[in-house]
Design a protein around this ligand. Structure first.
Ligand SMILES: [Zn+2]
Length: 436
């Protein structure tokens, strides 16, 4: 088969675009497609013997090139002796125009001086893979944007192949990724399947990248981050660890990240405040009798009317309204006045504000707020740390939303392992395997 074009660079691995850039200085060189593919695959000890075009695929037959030395598939050492030839294997590659491209080759088993008899190393694919590295990388890149189902459809693969490719890419990426010193981290949880299963995620808040995902949200589960991912030495550079007051792993920071300040982050504190307001409202609603509830509907106008114009029934309804509203107004006021805390520059002032606030919250006799204050009191150090550090888990929220969208677009991963792989793949900026 002959095609007209000049061969130049090797960096572009997408064949179809290569076929139709034609001239250089007005000249067109004819190149055998076999040569073209050989160069694209960067074969040295192998060659393309034949390209066969069938209805549903282009099949590239590969063979060993003369007596060139093959490499051991385990250690990569060049081996003199070929032990045996195995039966033909097939690899999927990036498509040629519309047609899927398949490589066919009979792998050799070589006698490696170091490892013994092993299957040779394939320059176009990982030893385990049934697709070429070029295709695997293209799939991995797309799987960062689309669901695994969508990616599979795009490349004519099945879901399982995509899952395998992504998991291998993550495995490789975790092994190869750079691990610069980490100073500020945020720990948070994400739920899967409507809050039945929890995962813990750890982010580097300076680089805004995911560091670790683990199953569950217990102290025992999160411990693995400090012992396995970080290790003793790297834990020493941690300065701030951002987390929720409600989280059970503050002790871990004391044990493992000895130089770090625990910071109970703004985002979660505000969330708990809002929950206290909500809880107050629900509590009041529960206390109302059903008659009062019915009477309460559409009573807002009572407030706008002059009191002397109200009849007895209306006065009764207004008093219910006020009785119902007063605690809620207090709750709102408490919530709003707490927010001033974030603005203070001086730690002393911030502390003073917080103490005053806690006193008034306790006096409010609103049970959800008293509970909130008890929580603050037992975590004061980590709450007051805000004024000095000003780190917020805000970036974490963006990441958590991304994780939610990963979960949604894949209709919820059945297994936690797959979900974790997908999270790493999309949020950890892992390097992809390199092609030869
Ligand atoms: Zn070897």
């Amino acid at each position: 088969m002959r095609i007209g074009r000049e061969l130049k660079s090797t960096s572009d691995c997408f064949y179809p675009s290569m076929l139709f850039t034609k001239t250089q200085g007005g000249e067109t060189t004819e190149v055998l497609i076999e040569t073209f593919i050989r160069k694209q695959l960067r074969l040295k000890a192998h060659t393309v013997t034949r390209v066969e075009e069938t209805e549903e695929a282009m099949i590239v037959h590969i063979d060993r090139l003369g007596k060139r030395l093959l490499r051991c598939g385990v250690c990569g050492l060049r081996c003199r002796e070929v032990h045996s030839i195995r039966k033909e294997r097939e690899w999927r590659d990036l498509s040629m125009r519309k047609l899927p491209l398949k490589l066919r080759y009979r792998p050799r088993r070589v006698e490696c001086p170091r490892c013994g008899v092993r299957v040779e190393d394939f320059p176009w694919a990982e030893p385990w893979a049934r697709v070429t590295t070029a295709l695997a990388n293209a799939v991995a890149v797309l799987a960062r944007e689309l669901s695994w189902q969508g990616t599979a459809r795009e490349y004519g693969l099945d879901w399982k192949s995509v899952a395998t490719i992504v998991k291998r890419a993550v495995q490789y990426g975790l092994k190869q990724r750079a691990r610069p010193p980490v100073h500020v981290i945020g720990i948070d949880e994400v739920s899967r399947r409507k809050g039945q299963v929890y995962l813990t995620v750890v982010y580097d808040l300076e680089r805004r990248v995911l560091l670790w995902v683990g199953e569950d949200r217990t102290e025992e589960a999160v411990k693995k981050f400090f012992t396995e991912e970080m290790g003793r030495r790297r834990c020493h550079t941690l300065r701030v660890v951002c987390m929720d007051m409600w989280a059970p792993y503050a002790n871990l920071v004391r044990d493992y990240a000895v130089n770090a300040q625990v910071l109970f982050d703004r985002f979660h504190i505000v969330k708990h405040l809002n929950e206290a307001v909500d809880e107050t409202r629900r509590e009041l609603w529960r206390q109302l009798t059903s008659k009062e509830r019915v009477g309460f509907k559409g009573t807002r106008w009572l407030l706008l009317k002059n009191p002397w114009n109200l009849n007895d029934h209306q006065k009764e309804r207004l008093s219910t309204l006020v009785r119902w509203n007063t605690p809620l107004v207090r709750a709102w006021y408490l919530k709003e006045s707490f927010q001033l805390f974030w603005g203070y520059q001086q730690p002393g002032r911030a502390k003073q504000h917080l103490f005053k606030w806690m006193n008034s919250a306790v006096r409010s006799k609103l049970e959800p707020f008293k509970k909130f204050v008890r929580m603050l009191r037992s975590h004061l150090d980590g709450v007051l740390a805000w004024t000095k550090t000003r780190v917020s888990n805000g970036a974490v929220e963006g990441m958590n939303n991304k994780i939610k969208s990963i979960s949604h677009r894949s209709f919820g991963f059945r297994s936690a392992k797959n979900f974790i792989a997908a999270i790493y793949h999309c949020c950890a900026r892992l390097p992809l395997p390199t092609e030869p």
